[in-house]
Design a protein around this ligand. Sequence first.
Ligand code: NAP
Length: 307
Amino acid sequence: MRLNCTLILTINCIEEMNIFVTGANGQLGNEMQLVAKNSKDHYIFTDVCDGYQKLDITNLETIREVVKTQKVKCIINCAAWTNVDAAETAGDIVEVLNAKAPENLAVAMKEVNGLLVHVSTDYVFGGDPYNTPCKEEQKGTPTGVYGLTKLHGEEKILATGVDYIILRTAWLYSEFGKNFVKTMMNLTDSKPQLKVVFDQCGTPTYAGDLANTIFDIVENRKYEGHSGIYHFSNEGVCSWYDFTIKIAELTGNINCDIQPCHSDEFPSPVTRPAYSVLDKTKIKETFGIKIPYWTDSLKKCISHLMK
Ligand SMILES: NC(=O)c1ccc[n+]([C@@H]2O[C@H](COP(=O)([O-])OP(=O)(O)OC[C@H]3O[C@@H](n4cnc5c(N)ncnc54)[C@H](OP(=O)(O)O)[C@@H]3O)[C@@H](O)[C@H]2O)c1
């Protein structure tokens, strides 16, 4: 009986937090809106577009002001420059959004002893020819502006001394926004033949699974004493070619002839990593989570899209 009372008291002692989600209109931001519906915390969804509380994360003074007036104790940063090819020629804005802006959020959270949850990418790797899954402590070797600016963002967060959880993820897709799954569902439906690269391997990540993991870490205060960088993707490994074959199969687009090809058949302004599989041992052991296999999550997302 005494044990039960102690347990109830402990649970009730968790104080409600005001949490900002930035980039709420993006893929991950939309999934965060779904998972946070039944939270005991108070989520405030922000973005630069209409329909959300306006928050431009490149402006430190604005962030400071709203954090103070709305008593925000946690920021989940889903905003970023995510167009990998365009990053090569877009200029300063990519560094501002992927590095300076996360630093702004970290500074604002540090000032109120809050927590920053930030999302980074497998593209911080790729310059070295890995053939085993990348671990968190491995040196970043980005091959392009996007990966480099995301790596700078991580470094700037660490330098502020804030409590942080950085989640590096990969090949993100969801029901929302533009992504590889939606593109391939359309192409395998409309084209008789398709070539897809088989010499880039990684792991797809359903943004709904990533959102669930972020929610679990924050809602259950699992982050306490565990500031650090963690890797999160779905389980398994595949090439973009394998990914496409599975998308076509699950969508029922059986008439498209999908063939593997090399990356040099699709010239791009940036060389993408040949192997950027993330080792997820640390996140699973630290937070006690189980991660779905990539085809199971893909099936779930496609069934939602086809409804
Ligand atoms: N997509 C992937 O394959 C992938 C892979 C690995 C890691 N990641 C990382 O995962 C995270 C989430 O990616 P995602 O695909 O969900 O991104 P996304 O769909 O591109 O969404 C990003 C959101 O941020 C908003 N935004 C842009 N500038 C802003 C500003 N100054 N202030 C506030 N918000 C701003 C965007 O608005 P507008 O649309 O109006 O610009 C958009 O709503 C990012 O950190 C990304 O680097 C993504």
